[in-house]
Design a binder for this molecule. Structure first.
Ligand SMILES: Nc1nc2c(c(=O)[nH]1)N[C@H]1C(S)=C(S)[C@@H](COP(=O)(O)OP(=O)(O)OC[C@H]3O[C@@H](n4cnc5c(=O)[nH]c(N)nc54)[C@H](O)[C@@H]3O)O[C@H]1N2
Ligand SMILES: Nc1nc2c(c(=O)[nH]1)N[C@H]1C(S)=C(S)[C@@H](COP(=O)(O)OP(=O)(O)OC[C@H]3O[C@@H](n4cnc5c(=O)[nH]c(N)nc54)[C@H](O)[C@@H]3O)O[C@H]1N2
Ligand code: SF4
Ligand SMILES: [Mo]
Length: 720
């Protein structure tokens, strides 16, 4: 069917033809896009040649955005459950009726269980990600969560604030490109973002820098690398400590910079003294001489930029791993210098999260915050609740009941660890609301489902990079599909009906508050295009670093104050051939999950023909030696099992993966399948993962990579 002929797509009153300058948010966003609009319909979406970050390019997800907006499977009006939960029976409701039902249920839960009886859920950095913690504060509940936060980006942000007093980014904007690029558990050519960084990295690679890659898989970057450290998943902490050991033992660090601008170098040197490459080699499976070569190349080829990804945030030693890696740029002194690691210019005002409207006694009830203080307490920039604690409170009422869950954009059964436990938890709720673009398996479990606007159908401002904010861009509204509404507007509508504090402020008011320091309004930004704030280097020379000592804290006084180890250390993953040899006898392979694919954003995109064509089925990477042992041939179905569960993916037999390691894709479900679960129990990586302790002591992170598994050849699943 021609999806553009879909009659449910209605028109908005707009000039008969127009080209709107907008910003793609198919990922965390930042690529400038032109929306060609004719008679209220978008007819084409293309990269904006004037885009300061992408210069006209779009990745496959951005380039297929029209198939997202005008997809026949879109939710187009509110739905209210008309049968048992999960029975797939729905009736169409007006927005008024849907809001009435939501507010009635919220008030009932407030009366019985207090404001903390409601938790707010969301997903990773989409257009509305800042509005969610804001709405949570307005709702008077301390609890919001998303499957990222403790597992994604915030460990880097919070650790960088402890260590450097701010988030640093690789500098691709100055008079020179980096001479060495270190890609640590990060493949921006596929994952592009955290923003549009992928395109900037492509440009930086043209200047032929030296390349160091730390990854268990030989990805496209590793193929070009000068040094490729192919490590055992989950051992990045040991590797980083060994690299620091080499730089200190060689005496090749920038002595003047270390002396003047860092705190605790001697203590760090003491901590890593025994962490030689020979110590790290058997832990990481990386030969000692390669670790030395990488550390030396990093120092010699400066200025260097580091690109690090979520792979280092998917273990229970996340914070100390991130801390250790974060020190490599400091040791060379190439901080806030052209082609190095730089702090952003932070043009807009800080987002008004409104922590001030949440009463202190409510803050004190944030689930998990007392224990995980870098996630939910004083060590966090945007405090959130501990995921396992939220689900436990749904199941057991411990320490109190969470009875309502309002979800704005998350397919909970797909991306939280331990999908079965998530289902069990959601089943105990009195009320579940899910706002989404499509009828996901998680929506199918809800009481009310709200249809949301996709990025080309809404207004927003986006400042890139996150917590750097040098470039400020506008999203514009090109089309109205059905009765879809933007999440920001839904939150505002609900806030007004419930009489919440600051509900009088519209999303536009918030955008204008953010833009006030730039002296422009949303309208001007949308009309005139992105604002780029010129980079100033060496900002610390005047004001020091924004830490208690005014220096880069190799020894973190803030972490010490919060009760955590002020120096980084190695910890063996809790389930591994070393920690649990008895489990490894049955589950001999090290499992990693979720390495990004260019065509899918987590559990999204399976409905989009252009994208699905590229990867129609789930795949797991297996080394030929390992495949042979189990009689597994290319493209065979394989059952992958962990001590928690099992699932099926197709074998992608490749020498690109380290022998002994299995990498499986995450996010799989099959929107085309009938039945409420749409195949969510078949190929879901999070049937193998766990929400059980141990967690990262500071951040509460659970483990998505570096677990144990076994593989066997399997029959094709019936539905496939
Ligand atoms: N197309 C697309 N882009 C995305 C996303 C998406 O789903 N699709 N998701 C977005 C989100 S929320 C995030 S957090 C980012 C993530 O994007 P990245 O940070 O790039 O993370 P991944 O692609 O998950 O993993 C990067 C690399 O880490 C490797 N890896 C796996 N385990 C380990 C390990 O234990 N140690 C090390 N050192 N490496 C390991 C993988 O092989 C992979 O090559 O991407 C964002 N961009
Ligand atoms: N095993 C394993 N699990 C992982 C990961 C991994 O690597 N391995 N990665 C983790 C990481 S880093 C992250 S960040 C999380 C990501 O997890 P999430 O960001 O929660 O991703 P999804 O579960 O795909 O949920 C996103 C849902 O939002 C909907 N959606 C898209 N745009 C909008 C919108 O504008 N508004 C609303 N209301 N809905 C929208 C989509 O249709 C989809 O159903 O997953 C984590 N889970
Ligand atoms: S990288 Fe992200 S912002 Fe850029 S086109 Fe792709 S999905 Fe859109
Ligand atoms: Mo993420």
């Amino acid at each position: 069917m021609d999806i553009r002929a879909d009659s449910r797509i209605t028109r908005i009153t707009a000039p008969s033809t127009d080209v709107l300058k907008s910003t793609c948010r198919g990922c965390h966003g930042g690529c400038s896009a032109l929306l060609h609009v004719s008679n209220g319909r978008i007819t084409r979406i293309e990269g904006d040649p004037d885009g300061p970050l992408n210069h006209g390019r779009l990745c496959p997800i951005g380039a297929s955005a029209l198939q997202l907006v005008q997809n026949p499977a879109r939710l187009t009006h509110p739905l209210v459950r008309a049968g048992a939960r999960g029975a797939g029976q729905w009736r169409r409701a007006s927005w008024d009726e849907a809001y009435d039902i939501i507010c009635e249920n919220v008030r009932k839960i407030w009366a019985r269980h207090g404001k903390e009886g409601i938790a707010i859920g969301t997903g990773t950095g989409r257009h509305h990600c800042n509005f969610v913690p804001r709405f949570t504060n307005m709702m008077g509940t301390p609890n919001w969560c998303e499957p990222g936060t403790a597992q994604c980006f915030f460990p880097r942000v919070n650790t960088m604030h402890m260590t450097y007093g701010g988030m640093a980014w690789s500098d691709y904007r100055g008079e020179r490109m980096p001479s060495v690029l270190l890609f640590w558990g990060h493949n921006p050519l596929y994952s592009s973002p955290d923003g549009e960084v992928g395109f900037q990295v492509r440009d930086a690679l043209r200047a032929k820098p030296k390349i160091i890659v730390v990854d268990p898989r030989r990805n496209q970057l590793a193929e070009q690398a000068d040094v490729f450290l192919q490590l055992r998943p989950g051992t990045d902490d040991a590797l980083a400590l060994a690299m620091i050991n080499v730089i200190i033992a060689d005496g090749s660090y920038d002595k003047a910079f270390i002396e003047k601008w860092t705190h605790g170098f001697e203590q760090l040197a003491g901590r890593v003294r025994e962490c030689t490459p020979e110590w790290a080699a058997p832990i990481t499976w990386v030969p000692a001489e390669k670790i030395r070569a990488a550390a030396r190349l990093w120092v010699q080829a400066q200025p260097g930029a580091m690109e690090w990804g979520c792979a280092i945030e998917h273990t229970p030693n996340t914070i100390q791993t991130v801390r250790a890696i974060s020190m490599l740029p400091a040791l060379t002194g190439n901080i806030d210098k052209p082609g190095g690691w730089c702090f952003g210019m932070r043009g807009p005002a800080p987002f008004p999260f409104l922590p001030e409207v949440l009463p202190e006694e409510q803050k004190a009830k944030r689930l998990g915050a007392a224990e995980f203080r870098m996630l939910g307490g004083a060590g966090s920039l945007v405090p959130s609740a501990h995921i396992p604690a939220v689900f436990k409170s749904m199941r057991e009422g411990d320490p109190y009941w969470t009875k309502g869950f309002l979800v704005f954009g998350n397919n909970s059964l797909s991306t939280y660890a331990d999908a079965r436990l998530v289902r069990e938890s959601l089943a105990k709720l009195d009320f579940l609301m899910v706002a989404d673009l499509f009828m996901t398996p998680t929506c199918e479990l809800a009481d009310v489902v709200l249809p949301v606007a996709a990025w080309p159908e809404l207004e927003q401002i986006v400042a890139m990079p996150y917590f750097g904010e040098d470039v400020v861009l506008a999203q514009q509204r090109g089309e109205q599909v059905g009765e879809c509404r933007a999440d920001e507007n839904i939150m505002t509508d609900l806030a007004r009906r419930l009489g919440l504090p600051r509900c009088e402020e519209s999303p536009r008011d918030v955008f204008n508050q953010q833009l006030a320091p730039l002296g422009i309004t949303y309208e001007q930004l949308a009309k005139n295009g992105p604002v780029k704030i010129p980079m100033k280097y060496g900002k610390y020379l005047k004001k020091g670093f924004d830490t208690p000592t005014g220096k880069i804290e190799l020894y973190s006084t803030r972490m010490e104050e919060l009760g955590y180890d002020p120096l980084p250390y190695y910890q063996e993953p809790p389930e591994s051939p070393v920690s649990t040899p008895e489990i490894a006898r049955e589950f001999p392979y090290v499992l990693t999950t979720g390495a990004r694919l260019p065509m899918y954003f987590h559990s999204e995109g399976r409905q989009i023909p252009k994208l699905r064509k590229g990867r129609p089925e789930p795949q797991a990477e297996i080394h030929p030696e390992d495949a042979k042992k189990h009689g597994i041939a290319q493209n065979d179905w394989v059952r992958i099992s962990s001590p928690r569960g099992s699932m099926l993916q197709r074998a992608l037999v490749t020498t690109d993966i380290l022998p002994g390691v299995i990498n499986c894709q995450h996010g799989w479900w099959f929107p085309e399948r009938k039945g409420w679960d749409h195949g969510i129990w078949e190929s879901n990586a999070n049937l193998l993962t766990s929400q059980a302790p141990p967690y990262d002591p500071a951040m509460g992170t659970y483990q998505l990579r570096g677990l144990l598994c076994k593989i066997e050849k399997a029959e094709a699943p019936e539905a496939a």
